[in-house]
Ligand binder design. Structure first.
Ligand code: RTP
Ligand code: MG
Length: 136
C-alpha cells in the first residue's frame, strides 16, 4: 500500500536555490512527488499547520521565518511509512545536531532555518495534506 506525507521546503531552501538539491534527494530515494505548489504562507495557514506550537516562545520567530518568502509544498508518496522515511532523510530539528548525510545535517546551521518540514506521524500527514492540498 502506498502512503503519503507532506513536505515543505522552507523559505531558506528557496532563497538559497536549494530546491533542486532537496527535491533530487527525494527522487533519488525513489519517492514519488504527487503534488507540488510554490506559495507564500499567511498567518492563518501557519496557525493551522503549526497548531501544536501556537503560543510557544519560539512561535513568533517561526511565523516570521515561515512567511518571509515562498515555500514549496509537496505531497510525497512511497510504499510504506513515508513520513518516517522523509523524517530520517531530514535529520534532527536543529541542523547543528543533524547527522551528516541528512538534509539538515548537510545544508543547515541555524535552528530556525532548518530547510524542510515533514509530517511527524501518519495522522499529521493526513491533516497537513488536507490544509495544503484539500482537493487531493
Ligand atoms: P518541522 O515541524 O518544521 O518539520 O520541524 P520538527 O518537527 O523537526 O520540529 P518541531 O518541534 O515541530 O518545531 C517546528 C519548528 O519550530 C522551530 N523551533 N524552534 N527555538 C526552539 O526551541 C524551537 N523549537 C522548534 C524549528 O524551526 C522547527 O523546525
Ligand atoms: Mg514538527
Amino acid at each position: 500500500m502506498s502512503d503519503r506525507t507532506l513536505v515543505l521546503l522552507k523559505p531558506d531552501t528557496v532563497e538559497r536555490k536549494l530546491i533542486g538539491e532537496v527535491v533530487s534527494r527525494f527522487e533519488s530515494k525513489n519517492l514519488d512527488i504527487v503534488a507540488m505548489d510554490l506559495r507564500t504562507l499567511d498567518a492563518d495557514t501557519l496557525a493551522r499547520h503549526y497548531e501544536e506550537h501556537v503560543g510557544k516562545g519560539f512561535y513568533g520567530e517561526l511565523v516570521e521565518f515561515m512567511s518571509r518568502g515562498p515555500v514549496l509544498a509537496m505531497v510525497v508518496e512511497g510504499p510504506e511509512d513515508t513520513w518516517q522515511v522523509v523524517r530520517n532523510m531530514m535529520g534532527a530539528t536543529n541542523p547543528r545536531d543533524a547527522a551528516p548525510g541528512t538534509i539538515r545535517g548537510d545544508l543547515g546551521i541555524l535552528f530556525t532555518e532548518n530547510l524542510v518540514h515533514g509530517s511527524d506521524s501518519l495522522e499529521s500527514a493526513t491533516r497537513e495534506i488536507g490544509i495544503f492540498f484539500p482537493n487531493l
